[in-house]
Design a protein around this ligand. Structure first.
Ligand SMILES: [Zn+2]
Length: 284
């Protein structure tokens, strides 16, 4: 089943879908939903739904889907009636269109039956994700205005709010209010690419550093997207293969292995409460 997780226990080292994986899901689902109408909705677990008061018509029952949009790691289905369903994949969620006859994956919480014998399904074993009903696009705009700019399209002054912060740059990057869509893997990779230590305070970076970092984030995200995402366990492309991008990771998951630039063993430790890998020689 496309984009679906397995029901296996998650071993140490599993990772959550990040922006490139969510964008890949968005593209696939958007294409599959084009000109589709939702003819039935089955909710197997209402606790993953916010704002709908157990009303199935708030889950786009009977509606045509006009669009699927994304900001950072959030997706939103826009119905022809103007209402919006925000979909968050959380740590283990998946979202995809399958033939209606496909066996129901464990932890399938919502299934939207589409015309032409297909179903859109939301699956989330760990239930950190969920679906939120919003009245209209204005409510979505308000919700997303609380997030920083999308990491795939950073404006030139994206860093202005953090230039005087004493927080570690990695902590600022992981804060979705700074940049929407950056997670642990791409934060480490981008900092490695521009030779900035993850624990360096934002206030000790200049405009040149921030500019280079923003460009590195964009480059890495677009590269991951082009190669199908870097997922190791949770996110799988159709056919079950992991994304190819992980082969080109510079630091993530490579603690103790040689730095690709200077060959010294990479360091690892906790920064912003997250496992972090960096080169003590190249990054300062
Ligand atoms: Zn190095």
């Amino acid at each position: 089943m496309r984009n679906y997780t397995s029901d296996a226990a998650f071993p140490a080292g599993f990772r959550v879908p990040e922006l490139p994986e969510v964008e890949a899901v968005a593209r696939e689902v958007r294409a599959a939903l084009r000109r589709s109408t939702i003819v039935d909705v089955r909710v197997h677990r209402w606790s993953v739904v916010t704002g709908a008061s157990r009303q199935v018509d708030r889950l786009l029952l009977g509606a045509r889907v006009l669009d699927l949009v994304r900001h950072g790691k959030q997706l939103a289905l826009v119905g022809a009636d103007g209402s919006v369903l925000v979909v968050q994949l959380g740590m283990s969620g998946s979202f995809g269109v399958v033939p209606a006859s496909a066996p129901l994956e464990p932890h399938t919480h919502i299934a939207w039956t589409l015309d032409r014998s297909r179903e859109l399904r939301f699956v989330d074993p760990r239930r950190f994700g969920g679906v939120t009903w919003l009245r209209d696009r204005t409510a979505l705009t308000t919700r997303w205005s609380r997030l920083g700019p999308d990491a795939l399209a950073l404006p030139s002054g994206w860093f202005t709010p953090i230039t005087t912060s004493r927080r570690a740059i990695k902590a600022a990057l992981l804060d979705q209010r700074t940049v929407a869509g950056v997670g642990n893997i791409y934060a480490d990779e981008a900092l490695s690419l521009v030779n900035i230590a993850p624990q360096r305070p934002c206030s000790r970076l200049n405009e040149h550093h921030f500019g280079a970092l923003g460009r590195a984030l964009g480059t890495i995200m677009r590269s991951a997207l082009a190669s199908g995402g870097s997922t190791i366990r949770t996110y799988r492309r159709m056919g079950g293969g992991a994304g190819a991008f992980q082969a080109s990771l510079r630091v993530y998951g490579r603690a103790g292995q040689p730095c690709v630039t200077c060959s010294r063993p990479l360091e690892s430790g906790l920064v912003a409460g997250r496992t972090t890998v960096w080169c003590t020689a190249c990054q300062s």
